[in-house]
Ligand binder design. Structure first.
Ligand code: CDP
Ligand code: ZN
Length: 161
């Protein structure tokens, strides 16, 4: 039996007059992400965890932000491409466990929507996808509402035929 574990991390700055999209869900808030894409930290951390599990580098090596092709591209599309890559290497996801660290806004009302959306994108059962939210106890950039970060751990298993 062949299992692989992967971990991913991401952080993005918050700016006024930007959309806040986390886990593919638009969340009402006065600020949003400053990024070349939609800045979806949760999906970016999941992509890095998936790539890491198969030792395939990271999001920047596969989807360079200086490439016109990936400018303003939706994170869900990058996730789909990453899932195709994982499948090519004959791995499937057993489970994903994630944390979002955000001082504000309160994310608990949106967690189920995020899980449903990620289950849809990954073709997994909702019980294979865990999303947790934390504040940063007012400390550092995240605690000062200047950024939001996310991390993810994923377990993959070799597909047996
Ligand atoms: O209680 P503890 O210090 O461990 O955690 P916290 O950072 O104070 O967050 C308490 C709870 O608030 C979390 O368990 C989440 O359910 C929720 N939370 C949230 O909905 N949205 C956030 N941006 C942060 C936390
Ligand atoms: Zn990112």
């Amino acid at each position: 039996m062949d299992y692989r574990i992967g971990s991913g991390y991401d952080i993005h700055k918050l700016e006024e007059n930007r959309k806040l999209i986390i886990g593919g869900i638009e969340i009402p808030y006065e600020k949003g992400f400053l990024a070349h894409s939609d800045g979806d930290v949760l999906i970016h951390s999941i992509i890095d965890a998936l790539l890491g599990a198969v030792a395939l580098g990271d999001i920047g090596t596969h989807f360079p932000d200086n490439d016109e092709k990936y400018k303003n591209i939706k994170s869900s599309i990058l996730l789909k491409k990453t899932l195709d890559l994982i499948k090519t290497h004959k791995y499937k996801i057993i489970n994903l466990d994630t944390n979002i660290i955000a001082q504000k806004p309160k994310l608990s009302p949106y967690i189920e929507d995020m899980r449903n959306n990620l289950a849809f994108l990954t073709n997994l059962n909702k019980n294979q996808i865990s999303i947790k939210a934390k504040t940063n106890e007012q400390m550092d950039a995240v605690g000062e509402c200047k950024a939001i970060e996310a991390n993810c751990v994923v377990l993959l298993k070799k597909i047996e035929y």
